[in-house]
Design a protein around this ligand. Structure first.
Ligand SMILES: [Zn+2]
Length: 403
């Protein structure tokens, strides 16, 4: 095993201890667990030759000065979901710390200034505003976002002020970044199923999420004849079937999930008053997402009549594309080094999607066993971490140390 892999594995275990809350992993931002992890991360950064600093929301940066002011930034998020795992986010932060420091030891002062970042609050682990850390890096977090409250009614503004990060004004975007690179576990089983070790990410899927509600008329199950009922349940069942048939025709270009069905009042002897279903449709092809939206609306109209259908689109995010230049450079490294790699899209959201419009952004995936993540079962094999680190090191050397 390489020394780099050994350090990262040991650090993953040590860092995981700081995330244990009530017997499960949960490192929510600005909590005791978060502060303990930051003590460790900052200590490691300093020991390995980085200058460290925080921004106004508590992103922790480690900096290695280069010959130019242009910054190559790498890292990932440090927060975890409730009852999450050890690898999601943490792997990318630790890989950045270890690889930049070993590259400096091996090749001296870099050409570009190299920074690693441990980003806060990617998972909405405490606040719902979403991507607080990466949006601060690009200057898109707003004063309005700071009003958002956690489950205990504490506002984001209060949390970052109390933690000592916020000095009364959100920053503009971080200056001089030319590139961002994030190493992450895949959180799916595409790499594992295809026996590949490296995922070169081309895009992060866009998504449409929301609800469809069919409203009928509540009545007695025994005394209301079938011919005069306004029952939203069979209509909703037909809706789900047709929606799935529509999405099936696109095979693997799109995912469509009805994840929840709520029936009111939901009794065996009452014809339901209303049924609400959720939908989550994702694709890296924006044309398909637009078509999905049109289909949802048309199908709702088609099935409305005896019952009334309503669509509520809660969120529509376009797909985000990674830097073509970075993808090309990665493919070159992968071919030259005979890496088993796959060029692929990410089905999950990442900080990288918020940074992609701001500077050249790329992601590297390593396999997740059985595709499991956001679970204590989350696991990436040692040999896969080793290959991922080797690949990432070659890329960082190319973009940071070569003239
Ligand atoms: Zn993550």
């Amino acid at each position: 095993m390489t020394n780099e892999c050994k350090w990262v594995l040991e650090a993953l275990e040590e860092l995981a201890v700081t995330a244990v809350k009530d017997g499960e992993y949960w490192r929510a931002t600005y909590t005791k667990e978060d502060k303990e992890s930051l003590v460790l991360l900052e200590k490691w950064m300093k020991e390995k030759g980085f200058d460290t600093y925080y921004d106004e929301v508590g992103n922790l940066f480690g900096r290695i000065e280069g010959n130019s002011d242009e910054i190559v930034l790498t890292g990932s998020h440090r927060d975890t979901v409730k009852n999450g795992g050890k690898y999601d986010g943490a792997l990318g932060v630790l890989a950045g710390i270890e690889l930049l420091s070993t590259l400096k030891n091996e090749y001296g002062k870099p050409e570009k200034t190299m920074e690693v970042v441990a980003i806060c609050e990617e998972e909405s682990s405490r606040f719902l505003a979403g991507y607080i850390g990466s949006r601060t890096i690009t200057g898109t977090l707003t004063e309005e976002d700071l009003k958002g409250k956690d489950a205990n009614g504490i506002s984001l503004r209060a949390a970052i002020t109390e933690s000592g990060y916020y000095k009364g004004k959100l920053p503009e975007g971080k200056k001089n970044i030319s590139q961002f690179l994030e190493l992450h576990i895949e959180q799916g089983a595409v790499l594992e199923n295809s026996n590949m070790k490296i995922g070169i990410v081309t895009s992060i899927v866009g998504m449409i999420i929301g609800t469809v509600t069919f409203i009928g008329e509540q009545n007695h199950a025994g005394t209301t004849p079938m011919s005069i009922r306004k029952d939203p349940i069979p209509v909703t069942a037909k809706y789900i079937t047709l929606l799935n048939e529509w999405s099936d025709q696109y095979f693997d270009k799109l995912t469509c999930t009805v994840g929840d069905i709520k029936v009111e009042p939901g009794q065996f002897n009452i014809i339901a008053d209303r049924v609400k279903i959720t939908f989550d449709i994702r694709s890296s092809d924006n044309k398909l997402l637009i078509e999905a939206k049109e289909y949802l609306l048309a199908l709702t109209k088609q099935l409305s009549g005896i019952v009334k259908g309503e669509v509520d689109i809660a969120c529509y995010d376009q797909p985000i594309y990674m830097s073509a230049k970075g993808i090309k450079a990665m493919e070159h490294i992968a071919k030259a080094g005979e890496y088993e790699y796959l060029v692929m899209s990410s089905g999950a959201g990442h900080d990288a999607q918020n940074i992609a419009d701001y500077c050249d952004t790329n992601m590297i995936f390593v396999p997740s066993v059985k595709g499991i993540s956001h679970s204590p079962e989350e696991f990436t094999k040692t040999e896969d971490i080793e290959v991922g680190l080797k690949f990432m090191k070659e890329y960082l050397k190319k973009v940071g140390w070569q003239r």
